[in-house]
Design a protein around this ligand. Structure first.
Ligand code: NAD
Ligand code: WQD
Length: 338
């Protein structure tokens, strides 16, 4: 099977290309490199020993996409391409709706015109909003998103569901990721944020490597065991393997399916700091600051459905997630710019 991977030069995409190639799939990557470097794909090739066919292409570029699909004859698409910075999306809503929604509409239109009606879409736990209960199952209602980024995910889920309903030849799998962290064990690929990291783990690893002097913990007065926010962190390699399992489901004619990809365990911000220190031996100085706008107290997944229907279970624990994040950061203090 030949798989088109949009956004395949990015953090989750590059790790997924490794797992796809290891599982014997042919892969074609397209990415506009707006938030990534082609070097990630050179390193993927180092890891797998296989070349990664790559096109620099924007998913909004209908003509180029169409030429690629004419040439490459893919069977399915794993669609990672999108802008993902929550705060930036509040400042630039038009850009987020244009890139993520118009981009996906263009991609899907070109796909169907080439008879490719299989898609796995990167959704997010953010579509649940502030959940009423945890663990969150897929049958929990979707909620109110606190930012345009989240709405793009929520709206795109609806769009893809409607397309599948109108044309049941489509197989659509929506994967709702919880909080991906960690990196490939080789330390050759990993998360490479631009500027000041928005997310917790890259911020911690930048403190550890000496780029920032301390972590600010966003609030310690939440209704959680230690007052700091609780999330379901998942190793990016486990997440990548979830996509390989989802592809098998697509091959079995999935129709429409929705799965949470998380571990089912919640860790607080301070749990992460302490686990990181224990896993790496590096101290993380921190200060307690105010809450961050839009944050919720707790979210963690029920991963039961993915286990039952995909046979997928996250294998890495929090210590491995911390150790692997650190291994990537310390070996690549400037990401792919070294
Ligand atoms: P990333 O930014 O590393 O990867 C996204 C890739 O898409 C980048 O390489 C970027 O250059 C590319 N891209 C963006 N717009 C494009 C366009 N118009 N045309 C072609 N390429 C384009 O992000 P990631 O963390 O790997 O996330 C992958 C997907 O998973 C995204 O859709 C993201 O929203 C979703 N997601 C991420 C998280 C997370 O915490 N990392 C959680 C839930 C969902
Ligand atoms: C985790 C916890 C923060 C940074 C975001 C998106 C979500 C999804 C994953 C894409 C929270 C705290 C963080 C810091 C801190 N992305 N924190 N100091 O907010 O759960 O989810 O990324 O879909 O949509 O919203 O992840 O890593 O930003 O925060 O105390 O410097 O760490 O308050 O409790 P979040 P995060």
């Amino acid at each position: 099977m030949r798989i088109l991977v949009t956004g395949g030069a990015g953090y989750i995409g590059s790790h997924t290309v490794v797992e796809l190639q290891n599982a014997g799939y042919d892969v074609v990557v397209i990415d506009n490199l707006s938030n990534s470097s082609e070097k990630s794909l050179e390193r993927v090739a180092e890891i797998t020993g296989k070349k990664v066919p790559f096109y620099r292409c924007d998913i909004l570029d209908r003509e180029k996409l169409s030429d690629i699909l004419d040439k490459e004859k893919v069977d399915a698409c794993i669609h990672f391409a999108g802008l993902k910075a929550v705060g930036e999306s509040v400042q630039k809503p038009w850009e987020y709706y244009e890139n993520n929604i118009a981009g996906t509409l263009t991609l899907v239109d070109v796909m169907r015109k080439h008879g490719v009606k299989n898609i796995i879409f990167s959704s997010s736990s953010t579509v649940y909003g502030d959940p009423e209960t945890v663990p969150i199952t897929e049958s929990c209602p979707k909620g109110v998103c606190t930012n345009p980024y989240g709405w793009t995910k929520s709206m795109l889920e609806q769009i893809l569901m409607d397309i599948q309903k109108a044309d049941p030849e489509w197989n659509v799998i929506l994967l709702r990721y919880f909080n991906p962290i960690g990196a490939h064990k080789s330390g050759r690929i990993g998360e490479n944020p631009n500027g000041i990291p928005n997310n917790l783990m890259p911020y911690i690893t930048q403190v550890a490597v000496g780029k920032r002097d301390h972590l600010t913990v966003f609030g310690n007065d939440y209704n959680t065991p230690d007052g700091t926010g609780v999330r379901d962190y998942i190793h990016v390699v486990d997440l990548a393997k979830g996509h390989v399992k989802a592809l098998k489901k697509i091959e079995d004619k999935a129709g429409l399916k929705i799965y949470n990809l998380g571990t089912g365990t919640g860790y607080s911000v301070l749990d992460i700091v302490h686990n990181f220190e224990e896993a790496t031996g590096v101290k993380i100085p921190y200060e307690i600051g105010p809450r961050r706008a839009g944050d919720i107290a707790i979210n963690y997944a029920s991963p039961d459905l993915a286990r039952e229907e995909l046979g997928w279970v996250a294998e890495n624990g929090i210590k491995e997630m911390c150790a692997d994040s650190w291994n990537w950061q310390k070996n690549n203090p400037n990401g792919y710019d070294d």
